[in-house]
Ligand binder design. Structure first.
Ligand SMILES: [Zn+2]
Length: 107
């Protein structure tokens, strides 16, 4: 979270902005991040920076797999990446591990 705040503050400064109003993060469902814990860390780390008082918005990214057998893309709702068409278990999801800064609103 520290890195994310640093990145956001650096970006705000580069734009000549003095305050960050909103930070939008894209977080994959497999990233292992608890939104409540993240919000708490955000307040702690963001204090006395450009991000103090900013609204934290979390966009949840679904877990998407590409089946290696039939090529179907499907969303995984649990920890078994099972193709609903052919039953192949896929090893590595295409998305769902994201932890990235999506957007900033500054002034
Ligand atoms: Zn398949």
């Amino acid at each position: 979270m520290q890195d994310t705040i640093d990145l956001a503050c650096n970006h705000a400064r580069a734009c000549g902005a003095r305050r960050i109003h909103r930070i939008v993060l894209r977080i994959g469902r497999l990233a292992g991040v608890e939104p409540e814990a993240l919000a708490f860390a955000f307040e702690a780390v963001g204090a006395d920076t450009e991000a103090e008082g900013a609204e934290l918005v979390i966009e949840s990214v679904p877990v998407i797999c590409d089946c290696s057998t039939c090529g179907r893309s499907f969303e995984c709702l649990n920890s078994v990446f099972l193709c609903p068409d052919c039953g192949t278990v896929c090893g590595k999801p295409r998305s769902g591990m994201e932890f990235e800064l999506a957007r900033l609103e500054v002034s």
